[in-house]
Design a protein around this ligand. Sequence first.
Ligand SMILES: Nc1ncnc2c1ncn2[C@@H]1O[C@H](COP(=O)(O)OP(=O)(O)OP(=O)(O)O)[C@@H](O)[C@H]1O
Ligand SMILES: [Mg+2]
Length: 253
Amino acid sequence: MTPPTSSLRTFGQPHSYPGKLIIVEGIDGSGKSTQLLLLQKWLESQGHNVFFTEWNSSDLVKETTKKGKKSKSLTPTTFSLLHATDFASRLYHSILPPLKAGMIVLADRYAYTAFARDAVRGVSRSWVRKLYSFSIQPDLAFYFKVPIDTAIARLLGGTRGQFKYYEAGMDMGISQDVTESFRVFQSRILSEYDKIVDEYGLTVMDATREIEEQQDDMRAVVTKALEHYKPKRGGYGKRTAVFWRRFGVSKPE
Ligand SMILES: Nc1ncnc2c1ncn2[C@@H]1O[C@H](COP(=O)(O)OP(=O)(O)OP(=O)(O)O)[C@@H](O)[C@H]1O
Ligand SMILES: [Mg+2]
């Protein structure tokens, strides 16, 4: 694991909310969701109020993205802007309210995903970084580093089946073979992530290891990051409930 140093670039605003924002990054099949879910269960077992949000999941743009993907009509720029809209919507409706209420927010992918994928699709790196400047800096950002072949083996061995058109980068005309296209596209994303890790000082996890080993490390890093965090325990307090109502967000189960 590489600890962040002070000479790193930042993007977005540093936040001073009472909550904590923890995010995970990595290529498809690196094991992000597996680790974040385990972390969520553990944090909840410790009595923390946790809110989970994932990339590309806002109701606002879901239908448009689906339509664009189905008709294969997304260009690198429209794709990038749709993801940024999704992100903005979730930031204001799903990330900031719980942070203001003192909760721990877990995000499965963050703006770094856009930095990596959009750059590979040929979108200007500085343009994407400026696009996300409304964002806030996470308190902790994990990067799950894994070789491409390990990721492919995991995905094909799991319940995923065949890769999807855009996840395999088929829009880039790399190869007619979907697995080959996935390999080339995701390899390019891997090299882009390598630069992003150095640029922003993400905490690198060796994602080739056993699930439990990685989880132990992740919990140790999170425990340290939460050292000065004043948790709000015991369900949703009055203040938290007011936040959910004010932002029109359903209270998580
Ligand atoms: N350390 C590990 N060792 C072996 N298999 C793993 C490990 N971590 C996760 N897996 C398996 O690999 C597959 C992909 O894991 P997961 O869904 O967590 O990846 P992901 O990074 O979230 O992928 P995506 O970006 O596509 O959502 C799953 O079937 C999961 O059970
Ligand atoms: Mg996932």
